[in-house]
Design a protein around this ligand. Structure first.
Ligand SMILES: [Zn+2]
Ligand SMILES: [Zn+2]
Length: 266
């Protein structure tokens, strides 16, 4: 028995004797099966070939795997009372990472934006004995069901200590953004509002690798979901993908740009 991990998206599956027949997350048209076909790995194999980097990322702390694995995102440790919330997740959780996270206050929860980053979430939740907050609209994409997963419904969930989960939708129906009220405020948006190379704008897409746009109503819906919140910064999904200031104007401007593009008015 093992818990196989999809090499293309990093998702860990429930116990099985043989690797799963396919990965539903990669077979979905928002992702893709690489040219070489479906491949699988395990936690032990990952730990033997890779390690995690833990370092400051803006006002937070990032955790990312080197060399690059699967989608290559880094998770973020967000202060949460005396402990931390793990925002988004990665597939590799080794002893060194666990000790370092413990030293920084451990985890009191895991919250994930959408299924592309579900990764090894259950491993993290078990080790730190904490819940995983996922939007119920994406429940069909959980490949390793577990009692630690707490699905939430509706448009917002207050986690306490100034942290709020906001349903933005778009890329996935339950696509979630985290708002942090501390200081000038920040949005942690990953693929729901994508930080792009031109930091004067952000992107809203149904599929990023396959470049499929969202309808205008969905883009406006994401803009409306975050409009009531105060924030200066936006954190994207990868190392260095962040807009440190004026991010609220960037989002407003970008919604308008998409609106014009989708109406043929650019
Ligand atoms: Zn996959
Ligand atoms: Zn995604």
């Amino acid at each position: 028995m093992d818990r196989f991990i999809c090499v293309a998206c990093g998702t860990q599956f429930a116990d099985s004797d043989e690797p799963p027949a396919s990965c539903p997350i990669c077979s979905d048209p928002r992702q893709y099966i690489p040219e070489g076909g479906q491949r699988w790995t395990t936690s032990a194999e990952l730990a033997s070939e890779r390690e995690n980097q833990i370092r400051d990322e803006g006002d937070l702390v990032g955790i990312g795997t080197e060399p690059w694995f699967a989608i290559g995102q880094r998770a973020l440790l967000v202060p949460f009372g005396d402990s931390n919330l793990l925002w988004d997740c990665i597939s590799l959780l080794d002893d060194v990472t666990a000790q370092e996270v413990d030293r920084r206050g451990g985890l009191a929860g895991v919250a994930i934006s959408h299924p592309h980053y579900y990764s090894s979430m259950v491993e993290w939740a078990h080790l730190f004995d904490c819940p995983i907050h996922l939007h119920a609209a994406d429940a069909e994409w959980v490949m390793r069901p577990d009692a630690a997963i707490q699905h939430w419904d509706g448009e917002r969930k207050e986690l306490g200590h100034g942290l709020t989960l906001i349903r933005g939708g778009g890329h996935f129906p339950g696509g979630t953004i985290l708002h942090r009220a501390e200081g000038a405020g920040a949005l942690l948006t990953v693929d729901i509002i994508q930080v792009i190379p031109d930091r004067t704008h952000v992107a809203f897409m149904w599929s990023y690798p396959n470049m499929v746009p969202l309808p205008e109503t969905a883009v406006q819906g994401i803009g409306a979901a975050v409009e009531p919140f105060d924030y200066e910064a936006i954190y994207g999904a990868w190392w260095g993908r962040l807009i440190p200031s004026d991010a609220k104007d960037v989002v407003r401007r970008s919604v308008e740009r998409y609106r014009a593009a989708l109406r043929g008015e650019l």
